[in-house]
Structures are given as structure tokens and as C-alpha cells.
Write a protein that binds this ligand. Structure first.
Ligand code: FES
Length: 82
């Protein structure tokens, strides 16, 4: 790991991403499938600017976080389907 990367865990998978990477981008980089809607549809980021709420995930124990608005931080734990 270099000073310009941070290590995060997404659905149990550890990875290093560039500092400043959004959590939504890190989820995509990890190849994580994203959350399921109430009706069972797989969801993914749409707007990338905090409006659509399609990128929600549990981040460090806080549910329903808009991951497109959160920069990845060292030690962050993300659950995409929670
Ligand atoms: S992608 Fe739309 S709120 Fe995050």
C-alpha cells in the first residue's frame, strides 16, 4: 500500500483503492453485485451525485449511506446488500 491508497473491505473482500475514490467506485472496482431492492431487483448507482439513492449501502455499520457521496477511507467496511 502506498500513501495514496486506502484499504477497505467490501462484502468481506479486502482491496486497496486510490485515495479520493468514492465508495461507489470502489464497489464497482471490487466487482460487488450491489444491493437488492425490496422487490428483488439488483440496483446500481445511476446519478453519481447524491440524488437517486440507488447506490445505498451499509458503511461502517450505518445503513442506507449514499456511497457515491462518500470517499473511501482506511479501514472502512462496506456491506452492499444490508
Ligand atoms: S448514484 Fe445516485 S445517489 Fe448515489
Amino acid at each position: 500500500m502506498s500513501a495514496s491508497t486506502v484499504r477497505i473491505t467490501i462484502d468481506g473482500r479486502k482491496l486497496a483503492v486510490m485515495s479520493g475514490t468514492s465508495v461507489a467506485a470502489a464497489i464497482a472496482q471490487a466487482g460487488a453485485p450491489g444491493r437488492l431492492s425490496c422487490s428483488g431487483q439488483r440496483r446500481a448507482p445511476v446519478c453519481g451525485m447524491g440524488v437517486c439513492f440507488e447506490c445505498r449501502a451499509n458503511v461502517d455499520g450505518c445503513p442506507q449511506q449514499r456511497t457515491c457521496q462518500l470517499p473511501a477511507a482506511e479501514g472502512m467496511v462496506v456491506l452492499t446488500d444490508d
